[in-house]
Design a binder for this molecule. Structure first.
Ligand code: ASP
Length: 367
């Protein structure tokens, strides 16, 4: 009897303990949900990190000779759009004050590492990079290959300088900040936003020397637009790209454009001067004059990866012509096909891949 009373009391006490623990856990959970909600309300502002590199968006024309040159206008730019950004906290970082023809692949690696450090900061929601438009697609694609982050990275710039009538930099910067702060831009890879259009780094190219709508995804169009401060995505992209994150890159990669009747002279010169990779912008769907075959064969025999893109602005390279210099022949020789990448992006991808390996079979896996 005594034993069973003790047992009963023990069970009762245990039940009480369990109930107490359950009560505490439940309240703790309620409290943490409550805290999270409070945090969300207090921290409603998104934080966007802007990295300035230079380009026309940071240029001003000389009053007399009209030449455009770089100035440090980051505070002025922000001052002009700050009223539109009441819900977004902006942080500024000046990486450089360079026109983009002076941006090197080494700079791109620095920018990739810098962006990664900002993206890894839990208080940052997205990164916007201002850049000259001439090489913007190369930097954007470099970061797209290097970074794997769910947070948005958006490149922007301008076609008119700060002192020009109709300067497009303010609206481009504002739209890019809105895109970077919009949660629907998560997991979209690196984006390019000018002229109120959103394009992916993989697809976009500078298509016009002067027009404000110069950035085009020529084959499939933009993936979204910005309409009266609303970020609207209209399609997804299924073009996958590899993640290539070397410590260093191989900058010694050449890009040559093919024209009728070209010989192997340029290719031979490149092999003789110890180039580490060659990208060929071939004819049509990926063909070269037969006189170039000697140089291509020699490069591959010297363990130099030779990549094939097309000088056509749209479409893939294919291996279906069997004549000498045709795509099938080039494939048989070991030339690496790059789908619908343009020459300048294929070159960036090869620089990154060569940063990991110089073995041609390994390089092939990155294309
Ligand atoms: N040449 C300029 C640059 O790329 C053009 C621009 O910024 O749009 O820096």
């Amino acid at each position: 009897m005594l034993v069973s009373t003790l047992g009963y009391n023990f069970h009762f006490a245990l039940l009480l303990w369990l109930k107490a623990i359950e009560f505490c856990l439940f309240n703790a959970m309620q409290m943490s949900i409550f805290h999270d909600t409070i945090k969300m309300v207090i921290n409603m502002k998104k934080t966007i990190q802007i990295i300035f590199t230079g380009g026309t968006i940071s240029m001003q024309r000389h009053a007399i000779n009209k030449q455009a040159n770089i100035i440090d206008n980051r505070d002025d730019l922000l001052q002009n759009i700050k009223n539109e950004l009441s819900q977004i906290e902006i942080r500024l970082h000046q990486y450089s004050l360079k026109p983009s023809p002076s941006i090197t692949p080494g700079d791109m690696l620095n920018l990739a590492k810098l962006s990664k450090s900002f993206l890894d900061d839990p208080t940052v929601d997205g990164v916007v990079i201002t850049h000259g438009t001439d090489t913007l697609e190369e930097s954007a694609y470099f970061l797209d290959l290097y970074l794997r982050h769910e947070k948005p990275v958006v490149f922007t710039g301008s076609m008119r300088s700060y002192s020009d009538l109709g300067f497009d930099g303010l609206s481009n910067l504002l739209s890019s900040i809105l895109v970077a702060a919009d949660s629907s831009s998560m997991n979209m890879g690196v984006l390019v936003c000018l002229n109120d259009e959103i394009n992916t780094a993989r697809e976009v190219t500078k298509s016009h020397t002067l027009a404000l709508d110069t950035f085009k995804s020529l084959e499939f169009g933009p993936i979204g637009i910005i309409e009266q401060d609303n970020v609207i995505y209209t399609r997804n992209t299924h073009l996958t790209i590899p993640n290539i994150q070397p410590k260093d890159i191989e900058p010694n990669v050449a890009l040559i454009k093919v024209a009728s009747g070209m010989s192997s002279d340029l290719l031979n010169l490149l092999v003789d001067t110890n180039v580490k990779g060659i990208v060929i912008e071939a004819l049509g769907r990926g063909n070269v004059p037969p006189q170039m075959i000697g140089g291509i064969t020699r490069a591959i025999e010297n363990n130099i990866p030779v990549l094939l893109t097309s000088r056509c602005p749209i479409g893939r390279v294919l291996d279906n012509y069997g004549y000498e210099g045709g795509g099938y022949h080039l494939h048989q020789l070991g030339v690496i096909f790059t789908k619908n990448l343009n020459g300048q992006k294929a070159r960036i991808q090869l620089m990154l891949a060569l940063g990991l390996s110089h073995d041609i079979e390994t390089i092939k896996k990155y294309f």
